[in-house]
Design a protein around this ligand. Sequence first.
Ligand code: 13P
Ligand code: SF4
Length: 315
Amino acid sequence: MTDNELKQEILRLKKEKNAVILGHYYQRHEIQELSDYVGDSLALAQEAQRTEADIIVFCGVHFMAETAKILNPGRKVLLPDMEASCSLAESCKADEFAAFKAQHPGHMVISYINCSAEIKALSDLICTSGNAEKLVRSLPEDQKIIFAPDRNLGGYINSVTGHKMVLWNGVCTVHDAMQAESVLQLKAEYPDAPVIAHPECNPALLKVADFIGSTKAMLNYIQRSGSGRVIVATETGILYEMKRLCPDKEFITLRDNKSCACDDCSYMKLNTLDKLYHCLRDEQPEILMSDAMIEAARRPIVRMLDMSRQLGIIK
Ligand code: 13P
Ligand code: SF4
């Protein structure tokens, strides 16, 4: 089938099966184009909570589809490629994390949504990059906290809130590999362009950024920025939405610096039109979890959504 035929078939099957396609901003452009909702991790979790579709096809990575299943145990949740993992989730195994937790008694556990259901079940509260700062700020100053699995996001939150969270030593290999040196070279080439970066980037890069925020926060930033050109330090899939929102602006990515081509997430890019079509047609691969795991992992996610509403972060 040609790409066009695949797209037509996907739309037909979606309607026939009352399915909804949720897509992350880092997905391939053609997948974002076909998605009913495109968003960051927080918005997609919210959308997964309120959908009434019979089938959710999650075009993102495994932990996102798993979160959708946890919030919707009665619905079928599909992920076009089960291999679509995440280096952060991979870095944090449940047995090792349970031992780490045992070494820090009296600590509350906050886990970044980029982790497995097993880690969520061991957590008190989940956060995303879109709400982490506000959630942590809302806790008492002397609250002892373990933050997992992203040491870069956790370190950034520590630096802006004054908390001294104990950090699990995980990174997003895509954002962590982005180099401050490459950003500085681009800054020298485009002195008028502000640098925006995702908090999963390493501390040296964050130091040279003019704005740090989640994918959604970066999209808001480019719309209100008066600058016609922006240097973007995050995964390149986001360029599709950036260009859609601001067609007259120029977005410079780290790969525009010839020494750095490290800004694609191979996991996110595993989902293709062809896999999306087969997944909708065959209703496979499906996210399956035990009721006990769904129950245990659900508690801290619902707490995150409730707190985010109370703090006015989401509606
Ligand atoms: P957000 O969508 O929360 O900005 O997270 C980015 C990310 O790395 C998702 O994998
Ligand atoms: Fe995980 Fe990083 Fe890929 Fe996001 S971009 S899915 S954090 S490896």
